[in-house]
Design a binder for this molecule. Structure first.
Ligand SMILES: [Cu+2]
Length: 100
């Protein structure tokens, strides 16, 4: 019977090489995450805290990492996201509200 030793140590090295190769890509992603855009919207049709949840969920559907701040009284919605403005408007309108 042969020994599994050499095979096991060979397998253990591969992940280290792959992680090193990903270094540049990970730096690029970190740079992007440090500069999310603050985008402001005027949303009409919200009448209660459930509507606020609907709008927040709608935006997080297209960008789970987005920070969504909603002022129910004024309809002002502030979204911290890298996603294009028109995508966020479409998501809010799909949820049944008017956004501009
Ligand atoms: Cu409501």
């Amino acid at each position: 019977m042969g020994s599994p030793g050499p095979l096991a140590s060979g397998c253990r090295r591969r992940p280290n090489v792959q992680l090193a190769d990903l270094g540049g890509l990970r730096d690029f992603q970190n740079l992007d995450m440090e500069h999310p855009m603050s985008q402001k919207f005027q949303v009409t049709g919200m009448s209660c805290s459930h509507c606020v949840d609907n709008v927040q969920d709608a935006v997080k559907t297209i960008d789970p990492s987005a920070q969504v701040t909603v002022d129910l009284e004024t309809g002002h919605v502030d979204v911290l996201s890298e996603h294009p403005r028109q995508d966020i408007v479409a998501a809010i309108e799909n949820a049944g509200y008017k956004a501009q």
